[in-house]
Design a binder for this molecule. Structure first.
Ligand code: SF4
Length: 305
């Protein structure tokens, strides 16, 4: 076994992965896993903003070929969709899973089996979609999977609304961070995600992720090995604060950041109630975003047609 990659193998050998699981579970007693810091006791069945207690819930798991090329590669990304969300945007493109909680309760041993079966199918990685509120349970599932031979890297695929203290528990556990950076404007994040502190929290989180893993590194086949990939979904009517987001990424993270600029917004869930969100984006709006990236010298990443 090569103990240096994925990084969690070394942590496991040193007994540190088990300690991280214990540390993470302590956060659930007065929940402060994410920036909402609800303070509920999830171990006793209480639920906070994300609407889940200590039980793990998964909507689906499968090999996914529609992620960015370095993530899906040619054998697919082993995607596990967790139900509910600690951000809960009113335009959520996955709202049946994140808002309505469509999915099934599973145990950490079952999660470990899902990881192992995705590895057996040949997936390049385990892609944890909306993992934040289940970080302790995921660490437990990972520990069990590593004991049974898991050896592909983890992709932490999140909203970007994260706490640095929780991310520190993931240092050298997660090799690839794939956060969104959704808003650059507190009024918008307040109105559409009930999180006026989104930009500030996401800035701190992305700095921490970058500190841990650096810029995205690919292997000879173009598959992500380790590093940071930031996603930015363009919203209609400049709702995503694209210039502020890209300026932060260039100036405070790296001009060589791998940036995925996404055009697939459609008015899902309650978006139809808001004039500003009630349509797809135009070609011109997407081109404007590409232009801002190019003007700032952010050349690396994935652009949609
Ligand atoms: S993970 Fe859920 S309960 Fe915990 S602080 Fe975040 S929203 Fe609240």
């Amino acid at each position: 076994m090569n103990l240096s990659y994925p990084s969690y193998l070394k942590l496991y050998e040193e007994g540190e992965l088990e300690k991280r699981v214990e540390e993470a579970y302590k956060l659930l007693g007065r929940c402060r896993v994410c920036p909402r810091e609800c303070g509920v006791n999830r171990l006793k069945g209480e639920k906070g903003f994300c609407k889940v207690d200590a039980e793990l819930m998964v909507s689906s798991f499968h090999s996914h070929f529609g992620e960015e090329p370095p993530i899906s590669g040619y054998r697919g990304s082993g995607t596990i969709f967790f139900t509910h969300c600690s951000l809960r945007c009113l335009f959520c493109q996955n709202y049946p899973i994140s808002h309505l909680g469509n999915g099934n309760q599973i145990s950490p041993p079952q999660l470990s089996q899902m990881m192992l079966s995705l590895q057996k199918k040949g997936s390049h990685n385990i892609n944890l979609v909306t993992p934040t509120h289940f970080t302790p349970q995921i660490l437990f599932g990972l520990l069990l999977a590593v004991k049974k031979g898991l050896n592909i890297p983890l992709v932490y695929n999140s909203s970007g609304y994260e706490k640095v203290e929780t991310l520190r528990l993931l240092e050298d556990v997660v090799d690839i961070y794939m956060p969104d950076m959704k808003y650059g404007d507190p009024e918008k994040s307040k109105e559409f995600s009930f999180a006026p502190d989104y930009f500030e929290a996401a800035k701190r989180a992305i700095k921490e992720m970058y500190r841990q893993v650096g810029n995205l590194k690919l292997n000879g086949e173009g598959i992500a090995q380790r590093g940071l990939l930031v996603r930015h979904l363009i919203l209609p009517n400049k709702g995503a604060g694209t210039r502020k987001v890209f300026s932060f990424l260039k100036e405070e993270i790296s001009p060589a950041i791998y940036l995925s600029i996404m055009s697939q917004y459609f008015p899902a869930y309650r978006a139809g109630e808001f004039k500003q969100l009630n349509r797809k984006i135009t070609r011109q709006e997407y081109e404007e975003a590409l232009h801002i990236a190019s003007e700032l010298g952010l050349k690396r990443g994935w652009r949609q047609g």
